[in-house]
Design a protein around this ligand. Structure first.
Ligand SMILES: NC(=O)c1ccc[n+]([C@@H]2O[C@H](COP(=O)([O-])OP(=O)(O)OC[C@H]3O[C@@H](n4cnc5c(N)ncnc54)[C@H](O)[C@@H]3O)[C@@H](O)[C@H]2O)c1
Length: 262
């Protein structure tokens, strides 16, 4: 049976968007959720929504770019729920990306992207590791994107950051298996184009670029000619958090309607 009942799961960036859908779905299946979010207003709102639905959740202000903040996230999780079964590294710079040729990406934009998407994942993985070693069990799920395999243009800093997560997953999987007596696994979840405000905004911005060649939108290159939804992702995430995936590590689970075919 695939279930996450009573699992303690930290979901970073779960105040809005897909992360929020992860948090709410895992909570509905009986998991205890730590909403680690930089936006206090959406984070608190997500906590309230889960509790109103009879679920268990705690919001903790977290800036994943800072290691001390990631450590505090772990302290709050253990203080409230006694253990950490899974960390979902979902926080990222995605909403509001300003697409442009790689020659026009500013140094600040590049550094911020890497700080949140790549360093943030490293920080959170580092922070949960001591507890997962004590437990000799734990799951880290890094949220990448199918664009890392497709090599999409016009937001190269984002694409590069997601490619880095795939590589980091493999390396982390090896190191943590040794440290955690084969009980700690690390996998990547790589979604394709998912319906939502963030994607609509990005699509509009892309189409406004002079000479843009992405005719037909993101589904044009997919086998399945529809956009994915958060609902398409929560089942695969549930599997990755559950004990059913105990023999899977260093792998990529790609949910993209058949766009990258890697
Ligand atoms: N939406 C898509 O089509 C799509 C496709 C593939 C992959 N993804 C990935 O899925 C994940 C969720 O996507 P989304 O569309 O919900 O993105 P989103 O931009 O709507 O949400 C990202 C969340 O991360 C939070 N965040 C940003 N910086 C943070 C920081 N420093 N510390 C803590 N939290 C921070 C934001 O406040 C927000 O709640 C991201 O990793 C994204 O790259 C999204």
């Amino acid at each position: 049976m695939i279930t996450v009942k009573d699992k303690v799961v930290i979901v970073t960036g779960s105040g809005q968007g897909i992360g929020r859908a992860y948090a709410e779905t895992l909570a509905a299946d009986g998991a205890k959720i730590v909403i680690a979010e930089i936006n206090e207003s959406t984070g608190k709102d997500a906590e309230k929504a889960i509790k109103n639905n009879g679920g268990r959740a705690v919001f903790v202000y977290t800036d994943v770019t800072r290691y001390d903040s990631a450590q505090n996230m772990v302290q709050v999780a253990i203080g409230k729920f006694d253990r950490i079964d899974a960390l979902v590294n979902n926080a990222a710079i995605y909403y509001g990306i300003d697409p442009k040729p790689f020659t026009e990406i500013t140094e600040d934009e590049w550094d911020r992207m890497m700080a949140v998407n790549v360093k943030g994942t490293w920080n959170c993985a580092k922070a949960v590791t001591p507890q997962m070693i004590i437990q000799a069990k734990g799951k880290i799920i890094n949220v990448a994107s199918s664009v890392a395999f497709e090599g999409k243009g016009m937001f190269m800093h984002y694409v590069a950051s997601k490619g880095a997560l795939v590589a980091m997953t493999r390396s982390l999987a090896r190191e943590l298996a040794d440290m955690g007596g084969n009980g700690i696994t690390v996998n990547t979840l790589a979604p394709g184009a998912i319906e939502g405000e963030a994607s609509v905004k990005l699509g509009e911005a892309m189409r406004s670029i002079k000479g843009f060649t992405g005719k037909g939108g993101p589904v044009a290159g997919q086998i399945l000619k529809r956009r994915g939804t958060s609902y398409d992702l929560v089942g695969p995430l549930l599997y990755l958090v559950s004990d059913a995936s105990d023999f899977m590590t260093g792998s990529v689970l790609t949910i993209d309607g058949g766009s990258s075919l890697h």
